[in-house]
Design a protein around this ligand. Structure first.
Ligand code: NDP
Ligand code: HSE
Length: 437
């Protein structure tokens, strides 16, 4: 049978990894797909840079738009990243009748609704498995493996760079900047690494997972986002002393009042499986009614793992080339005319437990003032840790763990606590979750 011809936009970490994987496992891939899958053309920014032996038989095109319109290309793989020109190239490829595979979560999170509508009209497939959790086949799992379930929620470590940084800070004592530089050198970080450390990349991925899990249109703008940039080593340490680990989590949960969509550092009990996920590894915990809780674990970034997901999409499309478009697996798992816009809960209305750290004057009655404010807001305390003040210091660190409480009540209590003359500076607040529902 004729080979399926691939045009690669980008030959960086992911594009290079994809080319290498298709060459290395070409025979097995052809046996799985029913026909060979060959990269025939590619387009890069710097055509002068050497691309390695695998690229020897690939024709480099200076203009990426020439590639997406090329009559001898069946599938375009967009592995450039960013919004433009990626968006224009993907839409041009779709309108030229090409199937598309992309690893670009920013593009899908922001423009997925538009891209899927264009693809549906053109009758072409769009694969984006590599856009979420690197090599873990989480999109296929949600879309197909769990298709019989009602999915109640999911929680994931879905940014490899920030998990790598948190792990290196905790285990190797690296400072934030050194750990980030390592993640960049290893090819994990985004072109703009603030996307990784400020939670934006995780929010892109969470919005994609939530749309597929709950059957709703993509709504990145409604995700509450906090990153790891402001975390202090002191809080990582205190969390450990209280039996918790800090992880950057993406959480999507259905509640009776609306859908929670949030990315933020979270204290997890040390024994929770997600708390054990270290380094660049990602993991997604899914809560569904028939299966119960299930956990998906694997490398969340890097050339090989991401190429694994890109190539799986290429094989899926190669297998389905002759299928009537209406009978392909829907892009967002649910049929396009059955997606439902669900209300998203504002963060103020979300209920979680909290870790609070305050710097208080070491004097009788101070803690009583703090606990009175918490009681006024109906916030019940689960644990208190008070550290010895360093010699000669008048202030002491006090850490409080609360029971589950509505966010608005905690914010009001924090404002009142910070106004007490006996409290120095800001109260550090981190959410705490046992992920039991
Ligand atoms: P890289 O920066 O390593 O590679 C980007 C590639 O795109 C380079 O080959 C670059 O060319 C090429 N390129 C950039 N602009 C253009 C343009 N205008 N026209 C043609 N080619 C262009 O990025 P990654 O491979 O890391 O990431 C690619 C995508 O995969 C991104 O969307 C990213 O978010 C996603 N992703 C990345 C993962 C990772 O671990 N790195 C994991 C999962 C997803 P040149 O080589 O000449 O500079
Ligand atoms: N920068 C991303 C991460 C790449 O660190 O998870 C994988 O999507």
């Amino acid at each position: 049978m004729n080979a399926v011809r691939i045009g690669l936009l980008g030959l960086g970490t992911v594009g290079g990894g994809t080319l290498e994987l298709l060459a290395r496992n070409g025979d097995e891939i052809a046996r799985r797909a029913g026909r060979p899958i060959r990269v025939t053309h590619a387009s890069v920014r710097d055509a002068g840079r050497p691309r390695g032996p695998q690229a020897a038989n690939v024709q480099l095109l200076a203009d990426p738009f020439e590639l997406v319109h090329h009559p001898q290309i069946d599938i375009v793989a967009e592995l450039i990243g960013g919004i433009e020109p990626a968006r224009a190239l993907v839409l041009a490829a779709i309108n030229a009748g090409k199937h598309v595979v992309t690893a670009n979560k920013a593009l899908i999170a922001h423009h997925g609704n538009e891209i899927f509508e264009a693809a549906r009209r053109a009758g072409v497939a769009v694969g984006f498995e590599a856009a979420v959790a690197g090599g873990i086949p989480i999109i296929k799992t949600l879309r197909e493996g769990l298709a019989g379930n009602r999915i109640q929620g999911l929680a994931g470590i879905i940014n490899g760079t920030s998990n790598y940084i948190l792990t290196q800070m905790r285990d190797a004592g690296l400072d934030f900047a050194t750990a980030l530089a390592d993640a960049q050198r290893l090819g994990y970080a985004e072109a703009d690494p603030s996307f990784d450390i400020d939670g934006v990349d995780a929010a892109h991925k969470l919005s994609i997972l939530a749309a597929i899990a709950f059957g709703m249109p993509l709504c990145f703008d409604q995700v509450h986002v906090e990153g790891i940039r402001g975390l202090s080593a002191m809080d990582v340490d205190y969390a450990g002393q209280l039996g918790y680990r800090l992880k950057l989590l993406g959480i999507a949960r259905r509640t009776e009042r609306g859908v929670q969509l949030r990315v933020h550092p979270t204290l997890l009990p040390q024994r929770h499986l997600l708390a054990q996920v270290d380094g660049v590894i990602n993991a997604v915990l899914v809560d569904s009614d028939a299966l119960g809780q299930s956990l998906y674990y694997g490398a969340g970034a890097g050339a090989g793992p991401t190429a694994s997901a890109v190539v799986a999409d290429l094989i899926d499309i190669a297998r389905a080339l002759t299928i009537d478009p209406e009978h392909r697996v829907p892009y967002l798992a649910f049929h396009h005319d059955r997606l439902q816009a669900l209300p998203i809960l504002p963060i103020d209305a979300v209920e979680t437990a909290f870790y609070l750290r305050l710097t208080a004057l070491d004097r009788p009655g101070v803690l009583a003032d703090v606990t009175r404010i918490l009681a006024d807001q109906h916030i019940s305390i689960e644990a208190i840790l008070q550290k010895e003040p360093p010699p000669g210091e008048s202030h002491v660190a006090v850490i409080l763990l609360t029971h589950t409480v509505r966010e608005r009540a905690v914010r009001e209590a924090i404002a009142r606590i910070e106004a007490l003359p006996s409290i120095d500076g800001r109260v550090v607040s981190l959410r705490l979750d046992h992920l039991e529902h």
